[in-house]
Design a protein around this ligand. Structure first.
Ligand code: ZN
Length: 257
């Protein structure tokens, strides 16, 4: 072990952080819970051809905070909000399919005029179909979070078009989906068999599997600019402290002003 808490693991490519780990959403010092066995076995059962390690932004070994329930990606969004949405003015924020831990964190920020939305989820502020949101006027929001939603939506282009419309010019958003290795992109909204969806799209209610280039191309096609932020932005040590995998990438979109 090195003096600063870092240890060079068996693989030279992997640095293991052995300092105290902390959830940045609830502030607790914790041992994050793994989903490796459960999810890995499900992939194997359905014959999904990739492993958990193949996915971008998935720390399956240190996934969930035992106190607030945050997933690694929720902690990543928290880092972004803290750094890039300073409390210098009130911002209107829309969060689709909200994660309870991140939602609690964002509601706690007095400077955010925060709303949640979803079609299926109980308890959200607005029950909406992301491909058709007549309840929101053009340019209603300055920031949105659309995380792990598009892979459930048959027409993702329509969803992105609506996100673009409801965002104010110069506004930004987080657009995240599961990302499998480059070249793995696959989609077929006509597949309704759950086993087949698991085999091809990594979950029984997904209609496609994204790779990085296809997701970014579709985001750009909708008019957004997209920026990929990673550990070079937030710091390798910060990622490690909050159990965010080294290969994690945050896709931030912007509607040109
Ligand atoms: Zn937590």
């Amino acid at each position: 072990m090195l003096d600063n808490g870092w240890d060079v693991g068996r693989s030279v490519r992997r640095l293991v952080f052995r300092g105290p780990l902390r959830c940045n959403l609830c502030g607790s010092g914790v041992r994050f819970r793994s989903v490796t066995g459960e999810l890995g076995e499900t992939f194997a059962k359905y014959g999904f051809p990739y492993s958990l390690d193949d996915f971008e932004t998935l720390n399956h070994r240190q996934y969930r905070c035992p106190v607030c329930g945050s997933a690694d990606r929720d902690r990543l969004y928290g880092l972004y909000v803290d750094r890039f949405l300073p409390p210098d003015r009130v911002r209107r924020v829309l969060d689709f399919a909200p994660s309870p831990s991140l939602s609690r964190y964002l509601r706690g920020r007095a400077d955010l005029d925060y709303r949640t939305a979803d079609l299926m989820m109980a308890g959200v502020d607005d029950v909406v179909d992301i491909t058709h949101m007549p309840n929101y006027a053009d340019g209603s929001f300055e920031f949105f979070i659309c995380s792990h939603v598009l892979e459930h939506v048959s027409d993702d282009a329509l969803a992105l078009k609506e996100l673009y419309r409801v965002l104010t010019p110069g506004g930004r958003g987080i657009v995240m989906t599961p990302i499998a290795p480059e070249g793995s992109f696959d989609e077929d909204p006509s597949v309704v068999d759950e086993s087949e969806r698991w085999r091809r799209f990594a979950q029984g209610d997904h209609v496609r599997l994204y790779d990085r280039s296809t997701l970014c191309a579709r985001i750009r096609n909708s008019g957004f600019e997209v920026t990929a932020l990673d550990s070079r932005t937030f710091g390798q040590e910060t990622f490690a402290e909050h159990a965010i995998a080294e290969n994690s990438v945050l896709y931030v979109v912007e509607k040109p002003a």
